[in-house]
Design a protein around this ligand. Structure first.
Ligand code: IPM
Ligand code: MN
Length: 369
């Protein structure tokens, strides 16, 4: 087989390979169902381009926790450090107290592997229903760069006099110059490479978070000097929510902290057609990255063949782009766009007009065209 030349527009250092070692964490609820379709599509896209995968499955999730009380053993983290990428379904189990699996698996993976960027494209595909009247695919196409290892997620804080009427709870937002700077630099580089409007908006709350976002704002302004070709903008997070609904076409790339990024990307997911289509990448540009549909484990739909696998499929497409296979990644995106426009009645679970497996099959056959 001919060796492929590396796409120089990408930001990663991944060498193009013939076989990629992918750790798969199907996880809880509908995770395994959507991951199964994602793998099917990834295999088809890879076959087309002449590369392949070596899959390694890990049974992390609620079921394992209930059996063994383990969330993410150190031995697993060690193995994950050696793979090319991680493909994750969903984490969250109705019989496990909220927080244990999220913190013990998902957030721990992001932190341990230093996946300091959470990249979340908000793109309305043709034919997909959006709750925004008068807005179409030409208006909704931006990307959120969410800081993924610091802020309110750092787990710094504690209780004083817990359980008493005088109880105090502190949860501190951690913002290091190093962490903020690497996130903002990534966002500038990404905006340049995306080459759409070449506009980067910092979304913060500088009027209230006068320490944390003062640091962000100064770092942003200083780094902007190195990127004169990029137009910069600022929005308070509350106004950002307003503009995302009223004028989503104003955005090209948004950079924001961990908590605000979490919140605005759920809004983003809704305007692009819902959790059925929203995908994200947890990136460590120098290490192991992890790709996931951003919706949860949807326990009530488990095992019914009704959940929409497109978000997992799109996450798989992102993974391929990131691994240095942009053609295969884009082929997946085009195949998804072909079926959202022509085949599916809706992107909502149970309302697609097709089952989970059948949607996977439709994407595979659209890939062949
Ligand atoms: C997400 C999720 C997680 C987060 C939860 C499950 C911890 O909402 O990926 O956006 O808050 O980051
Ligand atoms: Mn979230």
């Amino acid at each position: 087989m001919a060796t492929r030349t590396k796409d120089r527009t990408r930001s990663t250092a991944h060498a193009v390979k013939q076989t990629y070692r992918i750790a798969v964490i199907p996880g809880d609820g509908t995770g395994p169902e959507v991951i199964r379709e994602g793998r099917k599509v990834l295999e088809a896209a890879a076959a087309r381009e002449g590369f392949g995968f070596e899959w390694q499955e890990y049974d992390l999730g609620g079921a394992r926790y209930l059996k063994t009380h383990e969330t993410l053993p150190a031995s697993v983290v060690k193995q994950l450090r050696g793979v090319d990428a991680i493909y994750l379904g969903a984490i969250g189990h109705p019989d496990v107290k909220p927080g244990i699996l999220e913190q013990g698996i998902l957030l721990k993976l992001r932190f341990e592997l230093d996946q300091y960027i959470n990249l979340r494209p908000v793109k309305l595909y043709p034919g997909v229903w959006t709750p925004l009247r008068d807005k179409g695919p030409e208006h909704i196409d931006f990307v959120v760069v969410r800081e993924n290892t610091e802020g309110l997620y750092a787990g710094v804080g504690g209780f004083l006099k817990k359980g008493t009427p005088e109880e105090v709870a502190l949860q501190t937002s951690v913002n290091t110059r190093h962490g903020v700077e690497r996130c903002i630099r990534f966002a500038f580089d990404y905006t340049r490479k995306r080459a759409k409007a070449k506009k980067l908006t910092f979304c913060g709350k500088t009027n209230v978070l006068t320490f944390a976002h003062d640091l962000w704002q100064r770092a942003f302004n200083e780094i902007a000097q190195e990127y004169r070709d990029i137009t910069t903008d600022y929005t308070h997070v509350d106004a950002c929510c307003m503009w995302m609904v009223k004028n989503p076409e104003w955005f090209d790339v948004i950079v924001t902290d961990n908590m605000f990024g979490d919140i605005i990307t759920d809004l983003g997911a809704m305007i692009q057609g819902g959790m059925g289509i929203a995908a994200g990448g947890n990136l460590n540009p120098k290490g192991v990255s992890m790709f996931e549909p951003i919706g949860g484990s949807a326990p009530k739909y488990t095992g019914q063949n009704v959940i929409n696998p497109l978000a997992a499929i799109c996450a798989g497409g992102m993974m391929l782009e990131y691994l240095g296979q942009p053609q295969a990644g884009q082929a997946i995106e085009h195949a998804v766009m072909a079926i959202t426009g022509k085949k599916l009645k809706s992107l909502a679970a149970g309302k697609m007009g097709y089952g989970t497996r059948e949607v996977g099959d439709l994407v595979v056959s659209a890939l062949g065209k």
